[in-house]
Design a protein around this ligand. Structure first.
Ligand code: SF4
Ligand code: SF4
Length: 278
């Protein structure tokens, strides 16, 4: 096993694609069983939250409240969400002596381990490429097990194709925001809040899309609204909605007369604010 030249990071500097073989096996019989989960730093995707909150039988708002902490994915930019460690420690809140208590719905990062998944894209494009790197940590003995497996096969084994597909729109938004530079400007506080709600608090976002104001402003067929009962469909819609909110793309048709009236109201409000400041 190669050693990482980076003192701080266990991530190996070599990037590879899905055809690379890695040597790894993990399972209950291994002497380091649970060691990784006792010191876990797990970032969550929107789809991870949908799976976990369903598993726990709670709403997305309750899940965020009880089990997560927000963090900045980039300075003054889009927020991410991490699992909050169990009280007073570093262990994942879902680890038990028998292993992961949410195993069937464990997050993407846990499924990928010991791989890191990186998405890259060219400026102003939505198409992204995936690359992988190996994470080698001292406590993890799975690297010494005799099992060679291709990265693509490991991803299949861990059901990652479905997970990656369900969060692709979210990764594309992050990549576009990071690579757009000043042409997109700084999203308003309101847009950043909408990003957080639409990506991570899906049940609250559902209330928002079913509100009178939303229905009056956006020209969507009734069948589409019916589909929003399903978390997966609503999540897909949330990425489409956020492309409009963050980047001004015309992804959802507006009822023009309502949009015009709202624009007029906003302009009037801004000019009155300006008069008050003078
Ligand atoms: S969610 Fe499960 S697999 Fe992931 S860190 Fe927690 S206990 Fe471990
Ligand atoms: S082999 Fe690695 S991933 Fe598996 S339980 Fe041990 S530390 Fe965790």
């Amino acid at each position: 096993m190669t050693k990482s030249p980076f003192h701080e990071s266990p991530v190996m500097p070599e990037m590879f694609d899905g055809e690379k073989p890695i040597n790894f096996r993990c399972g209950k019989g291994i002497s380091c069983f649970n060691a990784c989960c006792k010191s876990a730093d797990i970032s969550l995707t929107p789809y991870d939250i949908v799976r976990l909150k369903k598993h726990l039988g709670i709403s997305s708002s309750e899940f965020l409240d009880r089990h997560t902490v927000p963090y900045e994915m980039e300075k003054d930019g889009l927020a991410g969400v991490k699992l909050k460690p169990a009280e007073g420690g570093t262990a994942c809140p879902f680890v038990t002596e028998e292993g992961c208590s949410v195993y069937e719905d464990r997050p993407t990062a846990c499924r990928y381990y010991p791989l890191a998944h990186l998405s890259m894209r060219k400026q102003d494009e939505y198409v992204d490429r995936s690359g992988y790197a190996l994470v080698v940590e001292k406590h993890c003995l799975g690297h010494f097990e005799e099992r060679e497996i291709l990265v693509d096969d490991y991803r299949k084994e861990q059901d990652l194709e479905q997970y990656d597909e369900a969060s692709r729109g979210w990764r594309q938004l992050i990549l576009k925001k990071k690579s757009s530079g000043p042409s997109i400007g700084n999203p308003s506080r309101r847009s950043l809040q909408l990003f957080f709600t639409a990506c991570y608090d899906i049940d609250r976002f559902r209330d928002f899309v079913y509100s009178d104001g939303f229905i009056m402003l956006f020209d969507l067929p009734e069948e589409e609204y019916l589909g929003f009962e399903e978390d997966d469909k609503l999540l897909e819609f949330s990425y489409r909605f956020l492309r409009q909110v963050l980047f001004g793309e015309n992804t959802i048709p507006l009822r023009e007369e309502i949009a015009d009236a709202r624009r007029d109201r906003a302009l009037r409000r801004r000019s009155m604010d300006g008069m008050e400041e003078e």
